[in-house]
Design a protein around this ligand. Structure first.
Ligand code: D61
Ligand code: MG
Length: 415
């Protein structure tokens, strides 16, 4: 949670943060009674706080399918990400993973912490998978098969060109988009989206992660993971790891901005995909991660901190996004605001400035042309509080006391 100083600087974060805390509490209370489903939802919450929250607000049938889809792919990704497994062991596991989900006896121990628990207890995920409707199972199986094969291909292959980069991101995230679109269609809540738009939804999220996680991936033990394409970084440095050294900070930031300019290519497809959704819960499920991604992109642009640590959106800002994302006008509003922030950060002497600015302009034009950019609260321009800071501090203290009171969880009646 943000420090007192952060919260005082952004007093309008307090209410959304409070609401988010309450929502998270409710999720915790609604764990299903059957042990395998209970395990799946507890695991989902542990391995992905952010996706867990948006998955939980879906209707029951689709929620179960998406929860299992998430856990199956997270398990597959745990195998891919475990750099201590030798390639000759890893490749067949990745390729056959889609068969293992039907086998309640199959298990492969790898990963650490919560991921290890997920792998060790994978039979509980299989049990839940076997209870899903056939059309959900087929979609999950198909995507797991294609993702496993794609991951296997990249175990022995580096991300050299921008095409390789798009191909890798297609396997690990674009396919999630395709699979989710199939699950929405199977639930009869949505029409089937075109594959290319579903793919872009995943690519934008994955590229944002790859950009933000540069340092974490390069410092991976025992072997660093490299997802930034050589075709881009080789314009700035001789080795990808050189970007993290202080003496290369100018080149590093130029390279980062180049990567961000590439990711911006997917935004218009994402807006198109989201504008076709009809079900409010499916809409929020899709839109919240996308707004977080454009927010993260705006934060990372021209920011040397990406090479020094973790750059993340303020928790209060995340809470605000979750609280305020209800319709397409909120999405256009957020994309417009974050692209304004991005535009302000572009420096004329950046080698890709013209390209970056023209992509930002195109995004802003789409937002304006929607005709939905109306009166809405902005994420970027901090609303000047009309009340004085004494009142803010008083409210904050009262809320803290209230939260402290709630979190003691003392039963009033002990019967
Ligand atoms: C709408 C809503 C959510 C969407 C979407 C459309 C389209 C695609 C995605 C979510 C997937 C976005 C993935 C972005 C985060 N990247 C990762 O988690 C990387 O792993 C990729 C392979 C496993 C994918 C598992 C997944 C993720 C999100 C889901 C989902 C399945 C199922 C349903 C809903 C969301 C990354 O993981 C490391 C880490 O961050 O822990 C990596 O290894 O690169
Ligand atoms: Mg991975």
């Amino acid at each position: 949670m943000g420090s007192l100083g952060t919260v005082l600087k952004h007093p309008d974060d307090i209410y959304p943060l409070f609401k988010l805390k309450m929502a998270a509490r409710n999720v915790g209370k609604q764990i299903p009674p059957e042990p395998h489903w209970g395990f799946c939802y507890k695991m989902l919450h542990k391995v992905s706080r952010s996706f867990s929250l948006v998955i939980q607000q879906l209707g029951p049938e689709l929620r179960n399918a998406v929860c299992i889809f998430y856990l199956v792919l997270r398990a597959l990704d745990t195998v891919e990400d475990d750099t201590s497994i030798a390639s000759d062991i890893k490749v067949p596991i990745l390729k056959n993973f889609h068969q293992h989900i039907y086998d309640g006896d199959w298990h492969f121990s790898c990963g650490t912490k919560d991921y290890k628990v997920l792998m060790d207890q994978f039979h509980l995920v299989s049990t839940a998978f076997l209870e899903l409707g056939r059309s959900y199972q087929e979609a999950i199986e198909d995507i797991t098969k294609r993702m496993g094969a794609g991951m296997a291909k990249f175990i022995c292959k580096e991300v050299e060109t921008v095409d390789d980069y798009d191909e890798y991101c297609h396997y690990v995230a674009g396919l999630v988009g395709l699979g989710l679109s199939k699950l929405f269609y199977a639930s009869k809540l949505e029409d089937l989206a075109p594959d290319s738009l579903s793919n872009s939804m995943g690519l934008f999220l994955q590229k944002t992660n790859i950009i933000r996680d540069y340092l974490e991936d390069i410092n991976e033990i025992p072997k660093s993971r490299m997802f930034w394409p050589r075709q881009i970084w080789s314009k700035y440095v001789n080795k990808l790891e050189d970007l993290k050294y202080d003496e290369n900070s100018i080149k590093a930031v130029e390279c980062l901005n180049d990567m961000i300019t590439n990711a911006l290519l997917h935004v218009e497809d994402c807006l198109k995909y989201m504008s076709a959704l009809r079900d409010p819960a499916v809409f929020r499920f899709c839109a919240i991660p996308q707004i977080m991604a454009i927010g993260t992109i705006a934060l990372c642009y021209n920011n040397i901190e990406v090479f020094k640590g973790v750059v993340k959106m303020r928790r209060g800002l995340t809470a605000k996004v979750i609280d305020r994302t209800k319709s397409m006008s909120d999405v256009y509003g957020a994309f417009f605001d974050f692209s304004c922030l991005l535009k302000m950060k572009v420096e004329k002497n950046d080698p890709n400035a013209t390209k970056t600015l023209s992509r930002i302009e195109a995004i802003q034009k789409t937002c304006r042309n929607s005709g939905l950019l109306n009166k809405r609260s902005s994420y970027m321009v901090e609303s000047k509080p009309s009340y004085n800071s004494v009142a803010i501090i008083a409210v904050f203290i009262l809320l803290s006391i209230f939260l402290a009171f709630l979190s003691t969880k003392q039963p009033i009646h002990s019967d």
